[in-house]
Write a protein that binds this ligand. Structure first.
Ligand SMILES: [Ca+2]
Ligand SMILES: [Ca+2]
Ligand SMILES: [Ca+2]
Ligand SMILES: [Ca+2]
Length: 408
C-alpha cells in the first residue's frame, strides 16, 4: 500500500464529487481539524534554513508556527492570512484572499461530497503558498492540490490508503516540503510519505505502536524536523519519537493525569514546540516548555469550562499567546505569554456569544487578528489587534456570505 509512487495528472473537476449532500458531519469534522489538539504543527524553520531556502516569509513575525503557509492558509504568499469557506448545502469550497479587512480575490475549488472528503493544508513544493491534501475517507483515495492564489497550479492523485488510516502533516526531513504521517487507529501501524510537490519520494513503514496511543506532530528539539508526541489518554503516559527523516529515536516523557488535555504552541519563542495543558473539570491550566525531553512546567490561572482557547501572537514578538473566548457570556481575554508566565493579560471587549472566532494575521503586520463569523446574519467583522487593543471593522455588504457558509 505504501510502496508505490503513483502520481498522475488529475483535473480538479475529476476529484470534485458531484454529490451535494448537506452534512453536519463535515462541520464537526472540520471543527475537529481546527481544534488545537489536532492541529498539525510543523518543524520550525530556523532563520538560517529560511535564508538558505530563499523563501523568507513576507510576514514580519519571527515565529514560523504562526506564519508558515503549511500551517496558516496563505495562498498567494503575501504574508496575509487567507480564508477558506465551505458551503454545507452545495459542497462548494472557496478561497478568499484577504488584505486586512478586505476580500481582494475569490476563487472556487469546486463542489465536494462533504460527507466523504477531508482535507489538510500543507506546503508540498516550498513556494510559500498553501496547498491541500484531499482525502476521501470512504474510498481511501488521496490527492495533492498545489495552489497559486485562487487558482489550482497542479493536482495529482496519489496511491489510495485504506480508510482505517488517518493522515497528519509534518516535515520530517526538514526540507520545508510537507510530508505525510499515516497512522492506523485500529492496528497502531504507522508510515511516513516524504513528499516533493505531488510526488511521493519515499514511502516508509515505521514501528507499530500500541493502538491506545494518539499521535501529534511537534518539534520538541526545535531542529526544523518534525517529531511525534505520543499520549495514552487512558493511562496518561507520554513519549516522543524524535524524527530525522524516517529514522526515529524514542524517549519517554513524564506522564500527565488523563484528566488533562493539551494543545500546542511556542510560548517562549525558541522554535521548540511547547504544550498548553488544560483540565476541563477543574479549569486548571499549565504550560510545559520543551527542550528536547526536558520539561519546564508553569501553572497558569484557572478558567472554567465555558472558556475555550486558541493560539495567536498579538504583540508579534514570536512567543505564542493564548486567546480565550467564553462561549456562554461572549467575554474575551488574551494572555500575552513569556514562557510559562502570563506577561500581560489583555481584557478584550465582550461581544455576542453566538459569534465564532477564527484567528489569523489578515493584514500581515506580524500580529494575530480575529475574524468573527456571524453564522446567522452574516454580519461578520474583523478585530485588528495590536497588543491589548482591538479595532473592529465590519466585512463589507458585498462580501457577506449566508448561513450555509462556514469558515475555519
Ligand atoms: Ca495571503
Ligand atoms: Ca519534507
Ligand atoms: Ca518553545
Ligand atoms: Ca495583524
Amino acid at each position: 500500500m505504501f510502496g508505490s509512487n503513483n502520481s498522475s495528472s488529475l483535473p480538479i473537476d475529476q476529484w470534485a464529487s458531484n454529490s451535494f449532500r448537506k452534512s453536519q458531519i463535515l462541520v464537526s469534522s472540520f471543527d475537529k481539524i481546527n481544534t488545537p489538539n489536532s492541529d498539525s504543527f510543523f518543524g520550525s524553520r530556523s532563520s538560517s534554513q529560511a535564508e538558505q531556502s530563499g523563501l523568507l516569509s513576507a510576514n514580519p513575525n519571527p515565529n514560523p508556527y504562526l506564519t508558515s503557509a503549511a500551517i496558516v492558509p496563505d495562498f498567494n504568499a503575501d504574508g496575509k492570512t487567507d480564508k477558506l469557506w465551505v458551503n454545507t448545502q452545495t459542497g462548494e469550497i472557496i478561497v478568499r484572499l484577504m488584505d486586512g479587512t478586505r476580500v481582494i480575490e475569490q476563487g472556487s475549488l469546486g463542489q465536494f461530497d462533504l460527507a466523504a472528503y477531508d482535507y489538510k493544508i500543507g506546503e508540498f513544493n516550498n513556494d510559500g503558498k498553501t496547498d491541500f491534501l484531499l482525502r476521501n475517507k470512504t474510498t481511501g483515495e488521496n490527492s495533492i492540490v498545489l495552489m497559486d492564489g485562487t487558482k489550482v497550479a497542479n493536482a495529482a492523485s496519489l496511491t489510495s490508503v485504506d480508510p482505517a488510516w488517518t493522515s497528519q502533516i509534518g516535515d520530517f526531513n526538514g526540507d520545508r516540503k510537507t510530508d505525510i504521517f499515516w497512522h492506523n487507529n485500529q492496528t497502531g501501524e504507522n508510515a511516513i510519505w516524504e513528499m516533493d510537490g505531488t510526488t511521493v519520494v519515499t514511502a516508509t513503514v515505521l514501528d507499530t505502536t500500541d493502538a491506545a496511543l494518539t499521535p501529534t506532530i511537534v518539534d520538541f528539539d526545535g531542529n526544523g524536523k518534525s517529531d511525534i508526541f505520543w499520549r495514552n489518554p487512558t493511562t496518561g503516559d507520554n513519549s516522543v519519537w524524535f524524527m530525522d527523516g524516517t529514522q526515529k529515536s524514542e524517549f519517554a516523557l513524564q506522564s500527565q493525569d488523563p484528566a488533562w488535555t493539551y494543545s500546542v504552541g511556542d510560548f517562549n519563542g525558541d522554535l521548540s514546540t511547547d504544550l498548553l495543558w488544560r483540565n476541563a473539570q477543574t479549569g486548571e491550566n499549565k504550560i510545559w516548555t520543551m527542550n528536547g525531553i526536558l520539561v519546564t512546567e508553569g501553572a497558569l490561572g484557572t478558567l472554567d469550562s465555558s472558556w475555550t482557547s486558541k493560539i495567536g501572537d498579538f504583540n508579534g514578538d514570536g512567543k505564542t499567546d493564548i486567546f480565550w473566548h467564553n462561549g456562554t457570556t461572549g467575554a474575551n481575554t488574551a494572555w500575552l505569554m513569556d514562557g510559562t508566565t502570563v506577561a500581560t493579560e489583555a481584557f478584550l471587549p465582550t461581544n455576542n456569544a453566538a459569534l465564532t472566532p477564527s484567528l489569523g494575521d489578515y493584514n500581515g503586520d506580524g500580529k494575530t487578528d480575529i475574524y468573527w463569523r456571524d453564522q446567522t446574519a452574516g454580519a461578520d467583522n474583523i478585530w485588528t489587534i495590536n497588543e491589548t487593543t482591538a479595532v473592529e471593522t465590519p466585512i463589507s455588504d458585498a462580501d457577506k456570505l449566508g448561513p450555509e457558509w462556514y469558515t475555519f
